[in-house]
Write a protein that binds this ligand. Sequence first.
Ligand code: UD1
Ligand code: UDP
Length: 356
Amino acid sequence: MKLINLVGTRPQFIKAAALSRQLKLHPSIQEIIVHTGQHFDKNMSDVFFDEMMIPNPKYNLEVNSLSHGAMTGRMIEKIEEVLLLEKPDVLLVYGDTNSTLAGALAAKKLNIKVAHIEAGLRSFNMQMPEEINRILTDRISDVLFCPTDTALKNLQAEGYENFDCTIVKNGDVMMDVALFYAKISSQKSKIIEQLNCNEFVLATIHRPENTDDVESLKNIVSAFNTIAQKINLVLPLHPRTKAIIDKNKIDTFFKIIEPVGYFDMLELLKNCKLVVTDSGGLQKEAFYFHKHCITIRKQTEWLELLSGGFSCLVDSKSEDIINAYEKMENKKSDFNIDYFGNGNASEIVVNTLLKF
Ligand code: UD1
Ligand code: UDP
C-alpha cells in the first residue's frame, strides 16, 4: 500500500510522528511525507522532524503566509500534481487546517481514499476557519478516525452512519506521542534549567479570534501581566501573535520565548503549575500531564475536559482570565480518566488501513 502522510502545521508534524512510528512497523506500507509548507520557520517545522525522526518530506510545496482562499487554492493545485505523480492508495490528513482541507479535496476528486484523523470534532462556531475545514474534510473522507466519544456522537448526530464511509473511534494520536516522548524529553531538553524558575504558568496564544482583534489581545496580555506579578508566566510565542504584539507595541511583563521544540514543550508541561491557552492540542496535553487548563476560547472541541473540571473556558476579558486563574491555581483533581484512549490510537489507524 502506498500512503501519503500530509502535513503542514506544527501540531500535524507531532501527530504524523505518531503515525510514522507505526507505519515503519509494516513493510507492506510505503509512506511518503508531503509537507504543504504552511509552517516554515525552523522552530515551527524542522525541529519536529529532527527531534522525532520523522522521515524527510519527499515534497515541500512551500505554500504559506497567504489569505485562506489563496493558500487553500494553491495547496490544492500542488497537492494534485503530487497525487497524479505518486498515485497513492490513501491520503492521510490531520485535524482542521487549510492543509487538511486542501489535501482532502485534491485526493477525493482523484478518487484517492482519504483517511481523516481527528474526525468528528466540532466547536459549532462557523466563524472559525477550523470548523469549516473540519466539517468539509469529514464529509468527503472515506475513513473517519474519532479521538473521543463526543466526536463519534457528533458524526452520528449529523447522519454519518448513512454515508458511504467508515467510522472508527481510535483515541488521540497526540496522546501516543506525548506518552512516548515524555520518557526521554528530560534528557533531551535544557529548557527548565535555562528558564531558571521554580514555579511557572505555561501560556500559548495564537487563535485569530484572540490575536487579530487587537483589543482582545491587549486584554489577554494585560491579564498575563497581572498574573506575572504573582507567579512566573512563560509564553512560547507563535509568529502570528508576535507580529501583532510587535506592530501594536503591546507591553509585556512576563517571559516571552521563541516557539519551542517538542521535547522542550513536554518539559514545560511536566513542570508548570497550570496551562493558559487557546491551543487545541495543549488543552489535552495539559490533561495528560495532570495540569489544569484555562482555555481562552468561547467553545472547545474537548468537552470532556470541561465537564470533568480539568479545564475551564474564559472569554478574552482581563478580569475573567485573572478570576479563572485564582479559581484554578490550587485546584486538585483526579486525572486518571480515560477520555482519549490508551495511547494506541495510531496503531488502530494503521491496523484499520491495512484491512481497507
Ligand atoms: C494554523 C491553523 C490553525 C492551527 C495552527 C497551529 C489554519 C486556518 N490555521 O494557524 O488551525 O491551530 O496553524 O499552530 O490552517 N508564520 C510564520 N512562520 C511559521 C508559521 C507561520 O511566520 O513558521 C506566520 C505566517 O506567515 C502567517 C501567520 O504566522 O502570517 C499565521 O500562519 P498560518 O499558517 O496562516 O496560521 P496559524 O495561525 O499558524
Ligand atoms: N507546541 C510546541 N512548541 C510550542 C508551542 C506548541 O511544540 O512552542 C506543540 C504543543 O505541545 C502541541 C502542538 O504544538 O503538541 C499544538 O500546536 P498549536 O497550539 O500551534 O496548534 P493547535 O493544537 O491549536 O492546532
